[in-house]
Design a protein around this ligand. Structure first.
Ligand code: ASP
Length: 168
């Protein structure tokens, strides 16, 4: 197994990267927390972080998905993690799968609770899992949430439980 992996990380927004305005009680986008998270997590994995957009995935357009596809295709990395809103993560996954980007392992992840909320957030755990899965899975497009991974076609967000699961 290749022990010298490095990972491209594309940031697209989602609750994962939302900040909290304690005065107004609103969630909003500022900068990505990725750099912070990797430092706090004491990661030594070589990564290249690029922010493509900072959007709530409910507002993501086909043009946005085209930008994500283009960047995955032109990335020189074989292992890619995309941070993404959970609401339409599987749609983007399907879009990328259909685009047939050969030879790349693409893992989409996100969070139900903003990293900015501290230890109650699932963002840290999901990011760590996604980085690990991106290094070991065969080329393809995957969803990684709640400590598990699925081929993007097989994953669904259960809107009642708030967990991702296999499509039944
Ligand atoms: N509405 C948010 C999004 O999909 C929800 C989330 O990220 O969990 O961007």
């Amino acid at each position: 197994m290749n022990q010298n992996k490095s990972v491209q990380i594309f940031v697209t927004g989602g609750t994962f990267d939302k900040d909290y305005n304690f005065i107004t009680g609103e969630l909003y986008f500022k900068d990505t927390h990725l750099h912070d998270m990797l430092e706090v997590g004491r990661s030594t994995l070589p990564v290249d972080i690029k922010t493509l957009m900072m959007v709530d995935s409910l507002e993501m357009t086909e043009a946005d998905r085209g930008i994500i596809e283009h960047n995955c295709r032109k990335s020189t990395y074989e292992n890619i993690v995309i941070t993404h809103g959970t609401d339409t993560m599987t749609e983007t996954g399907k879009y990328l799968k259909k685009a047939q980007i050969d030879g790349k392992t693409i893992v989409l992840t996100g969070a139900m609770i903003p990293y900015a909320f501290g230890s109650s957030s699932d963002g840290f755990f999901n990011l760590g899992s996604a980085l690990a899965f991106a290094q070991v899975l065969n080329p393809g497009v995957y969803i990684c949430m709640n400590g598990q991974y699925w081929d993007t076609d097989n994953a669904v967000k259960n809107r009642s439980t708030g967990f991702f699961q296999i499509k039944g």
